[in-house]
Design a protein around this ligand. Structure first.
Ligand code: F0G
Length: 354
């Protein structure tokens, strides 16, 4: 009567994933995230096409990383690995720490010193990972973990690990299942470029299922961290969207292929545009995402200024992480809005203008 219970993306999509009956499945019941029609946002941006938001912040650790991590950690256990490592701007670290805890593996994470949002750091620490702060940026931390994996029996669980991409592609499957076809456009933030690569792979592999269309992949970097757009490595990347503060994406070439083969675009949005979209989502849709996620919607707002979408088109934006990951930005953006009063009714009546 209630259908089969959801047990995570590996159980759901096993035939399309590199697993066998021997794979011990380490799941926190990730995936199956809502695809929400965003009518007020659509109106606000003056878009005629239907706009859907894929709420990846509702995964167990609050970001899309869980889809790739369930597979990467399951395969690590299958292969007899004892320890995993990653470099991270925060979400990969939180996800690796949680899944490693569930699997009983050691987890080491390298994070850029002082540049990770508090929610992510708190998750990583409470799950018991060894947290190493690197006096440098994400790109330097990634170089270090790649090097250490050559020297020690530790498994790398960054998105250069192909199992991460395999797991993350299931988000595209879910979208096609929900819409009964692929969207016309898919907007997504780009950092290390794993997710855009994974979605494109997912859409292509699922093409046989439903109508034979593929979306245009529309990737967005932050202006201060836009190596793909600028076609050169950014030595000192900077943006308020710390999750995508990356100057030399590991899957750069793959992201370009997704863009070119889908007839899509990779462009950039400013921190101001990101924060405008961040507030808009919170205040018009009731959806609290982290700043990096809002880059997808900032990108949609930018494209909508020059392009006419039509009523029959479908647009999906992936909101990659939950807003609670980064409480400091939310409070910093809203502190002028809060009012303090004495505990007296007259004081309260003065500030209520309705
Ligand atoms: N959005 C969020 C919330 C992220 O955490 C990331 C990446 C991205 C978008 C970009 O995805 O790297 O696949 O292009 N976060 C990584 C991390 C780098 O370490 O958590 P990408």
């Amino acid at each position: 009567m209630f259908g089969k219970p959801w047990q995570g993306i590996i159980h759901e999509y096993a035939p399309l994933l590199p697993v066998s009956i021997k794979t011990p499945i380490v799941t926190l019941y990730e995936g199956n995230t809502p695809l929400v029609l965003a009518l007020r946002l659509q109106k606000e941006l003056g878009i005629r096409a239907r706009v859907y938001l894929k709420l990846e912040g509702l995964n167990p650790t609050g970001s899309f990383k869980d889809r790739g991590m369930t597979l990467a950690i399951s395969k690590a256990v299958e292969e007899g690995v004892k320890a995993v490592i990653c470099a991270s701007t925060g979400n990969t670290a939180a996800s690796a720490a949680a899944y490693a805890a569930k699997a009983g593996l050691e987890c080491i994470v390298l994070i850029p010193d002082g540049k990770i949002a508090k929610g992510k750091l708190s998750q990583t620490m409470i799950h018991g990972a060894k947290v190493v702060q690197v006096k440098g940026n994400f790109d330097q931390a990634l170089d270090l973990v790649r090097e250490v994996c050559e020297l020690k029996p530790i498994q790398l669980v960054n998105s250069v690990n192909p199992y991460r991409i395999e797991g993350q592609k299931t988000a595209a499957f879910e979208i096609v299942d929900a819409l009964e076809k692929a969207p016309d456009y898919h907007f997504i933030p780009v950092g290390n470029a794993g997710n855009i690569t994974a979605y494109w792979k997912g859409y292509k592999e699922y093409q046989f299922r439903k109508k034979n269309i593929l979306p245009r992949m529309m990737g967005f970097q932050a202006t201060g961290s836009a190596p793909i757009v600028r076609r050169r490595v950014v030595k000192n990347p900077d943006t308020i969207a710390t999750a995508i503060r990356i100057g030399n994406p590991a899957l750069w070439g793959e992201a370009e292929k997704a863009r070119d083969n889908s007839d899509g675009e990779i462009d950039m949005v400013s921190d101001r545009e990101i924060l405008t979209a961040y507030r808009l989502l919170a205040q018009k849709e009731g959806i609290f995402c982290e700043p990096a996620s809002a880059a997808a919607v900032a990108g949609l707002a930018k494209v909508a200024k020059r392009k006419r979408f039509t009523e029959d088109q479908i647009i999906v934006c992936t909101l990659t992480g939950h807003g609670l990951k980064d409480p400091d930005t939310a409070i910093g953006e809203s502190c002028d809005d809060s009012i303090t009063i004495k505990p007296e009714i007259n004081e309260l009546l003065k500030v209520i203008t309705i």
